[in-house]
Ligand binder design. Structure first.
Ligand SMILES: NC(=O)c1ccc[n+]([C@@H]2O[C@H](COP(=O)([O-])OP(=O)(O)OC[C@H]3O[C@@H](n4cnc5c(N)ncnc54)[C@H](O)[C@@H]3O)[C@@H](O)[C@H]2O)c1
Length: 324
């Protein structure tokens, strides 16, 4: 069976979805919509898709089986509801929506429409992360005790689209955008959701009204504690997740390498090479559509990521630990 796919949004991340589609016989990209006609047409010309500037018109005309939503966060809900109500399955970019209340509206609408939706939590499909998860589950390092996740990026770079700096459009700053990846990584690697959070964010950025840095402490339902430290100023970039076990350590540089220590020295772990992450992600959506196998980034899981980020903001505002 081949599924017709239409893309809503032709911005930065869309190329990863388009490249994946071009590698999959089961999926046929038919159309793309963006309010920037130039962007829609450029992607359309490169990948052989009909370009639209109005995603509603595109969905009505093309009647795709699957809609891929890669819009700014404040538009995730409206585009997803529109597509689902017209019978499309949805691949929705992370984070699921601006807040947990919007996630609930999506969950309700998708259920009512009888379609399938998964959120593109890419962390589940990146090869170093997958190898790390296999080592955790194998139990060779003993009990997983705690995790330190550190991410520094030049968040205020000139090339970042302006909406990322507006809380009303992005839902928050570095914690909503990249902290959601960290929460996801911690939850998925541990197989357990965040239960308690204490966090403090700071606003020293040069643009907008979002936080540009923050520190969080959290505990999962299974009792594993973790820290997340992120900053977006004039940094030396870093993306490192350190996992401490009773019998060793893992150092996970997502997208780059994985290191293991069982005797006080790190050695690099050969990483199992698989299909590109965005292809694996689409395969999970197809399995959900065809066999009803719920993906690891199910709707309730993806809601839990947004709820954890919201709890971090609440903790920062109130100074109090939050329970989920
Ligand atoms: N999985 C990942 O690793 C990853 C990486 C980057 C971004 N993302 C996520 O992908 C999403 C998009 O991020 P991005 O970096 O591609 O942003 P972007 O700003 O580059 O792209 C968004 C696009 O949406 C278009 N748009 C805005 N309003 C529209 C409307 N009403 N109708 C049609 N098009 C409209 C914009 O013109 C723009 O081209 C976000 O949810 C982001 O968090 C995920």
């Amino acid at each position: 069976m081949s599924y017709k796919v239409a893309l809503i949004g032709a911005g930065g991340i869309t190329v990863s979805h388009l490249e994946a589609l071009s590698l999959m016989d089961e999926l046929q990209g038919v159309a793309i919509a963006d309010i920037s006609q130039e962007r829609a047409e450029a992607a359309g010309a490169q990948y052989g898709l009909t370009a639209y500037t109005d995603y509603r018109l595109m969905i009505e005309r093309e009647k795709p089986d699957i809609a891929v939503v890669t819009l700014p966060h404040f538009l995730h809900k409206e585009a997803t509801l529109f597509a689902a109500e017209r019978g499309c399955h949805v691949m929705l970019e992370k984070p699921m929506a601006l807040n947990a209340a919007e996630c609930d509206e999506i969950i309700e609408a998708v259920g009512r429409a009888g379609v399938r939706l998964m959120v593109g939590h890419t962390q589940h499909y990146i090869e170093q992360n997958r190898t790390a998860k296999a080592i955790i589950e194998e139990g060779r390092l003993g009990r997983l005790v705690m995790i330190n996740d550190v991410r520094h990026v030049p968040y205020y770079r000139d090339t970042r689209p302006a909406w990322f700096f507006e809380k009303a459009k992005a839902g928050g700053g570095i914690f909503m955008n990249l902290g959601s990846h960290s929460i996801d990584k911690i939850q998925w690697l541990t197989g357990s959701r965040v239960a308690q959070v204490k966090a403090e964010v700071s606003h020293y950025g040069t643009k907008g009204d979002i936080e540009g840095s923050g520190i969080a402490w959290l505990r999962t339902e299974s009792g594993i504690t973790a820290t997340i430290s992120q900053s977006g100023y004039t940094v030396v970039p870093r993306n490192e997740t350190e996992l401490i076990f009773t019998g060793g350590m893992l150092k996970l540089l997502t997208g780059q390498s994985l290191w293991i220590s069982e005797d006080g020295q790190y050695v690099e772990v050969p990483v199992k090479s698989e299909e590109p992450s965005f292809v694996l992600q689409f395969r999970d959506l197809l399995r959900y559509i065809e066999e009803g196998v719920e993906p690891s980034s199910s709707m309730t899981y993806s809601r839990s990521v947004v709820a954890a980020v919201e709890a971090m903001y609440r903790s920062s505002e109130t100074g109090a630990e939050q329970r989920l």
